[in-house]
Design a protein. Structure first.
Length: 219
């Protein structure tokens, strides 16, 4: 299954370290970050889970629920969580999905649909495509897809920055420029005519080019 931005995130039921969930019901009216791991007890992912645990208050402030997934069973996740807390100085404070039958990994296109068997006997190497980030909106549509290689740890500060942009642009008819951060100037969306822009921004805007209309970030 090929997913793209705008696709409805596949719904599923699964066991997690915090009990059984139905994914869309679990998201509710929040935003969500689903991030995947090829195997429990892998080094880069250990650091990533610790990083997300430390950043959870930032996700909470933005009404974002975070959930991890690995193709291993929930019992293994529990044992891995002890290593994460010991080595990263932060306890895992969000659910981790167990996917031993590979159902969720396949639904999200992280493993081929015809992959045989379950998680038992599989290695991080043949699960290397299971290193993704999906940001999902309250409407259950996918807003962002990132795919990382095995050897590069994810930058979760960047994921928070993107969420800030997504939430801002969902509520205002603007776009954010390269390297934008919260509080900086934004761009009037190309879909907004000059006549409409004058109603929204009666004070005007800076326009180094007619198609590049710059205004302060809306409140």
């Amino acid at each position: 299954m090929t997913l793209s931005i705008g696709s409805v995130a596949p719904d599923f039921e699964a066991d997690t370290t915090q009990g059984k969930i139905k994914f869309h019901d679990w998201i509710g009216t929040s935003w969500a970050v689903l991030f995947s791991h090829p195997k429990d007890f892998t080094p880069v992912c250990t650091t990533e889970l610790g990083a997300v645990a430390k950043l959870k208050p930032e996700f909470d402030k933005r009404n974002v629920k975070v959930i991890g997934i690995s193709v291993d069973p929930v019992d293994d996740h529990g044992r891995w969580a002890k290593d994460i807390e010991e080595t990263q100085g932060a306890a895992v404070n969000f659910p981790m999905i167990g996917d031993p039958d590979l159902k969720v990994a396949k639904a999200y296109g992280m493993l081929p649909a015809d992959t045989a068997g379950g998680s038992q006997g599989r290695t991080a190497a043949n699960n290397q495509t299971v290193r993704n980030v999906f940001v999902i909106g309250p409407d259950k549509a996918i807003k962002l897809i990132l795919v990382y290689p095995m050897t590069t740890g994810r930058n979760f500060d960047e994921i928070i920055r993107v969420i800030d942009s997504l939430q801002l642009t969902a509520g205002h008819r603007v776009a954010t420029p390269a390297d934008w951060k919260q509080g900086q100037d934004v761009i009037i969306a190309g879909s907004v005519s000059d006549d409409d822009a004058k109603k929204i921004y009666p004070g005007g805007w800076k326009a180094p080019k007619p198609y590049l209309r710059i205004v302060p970030q809306p409140k």
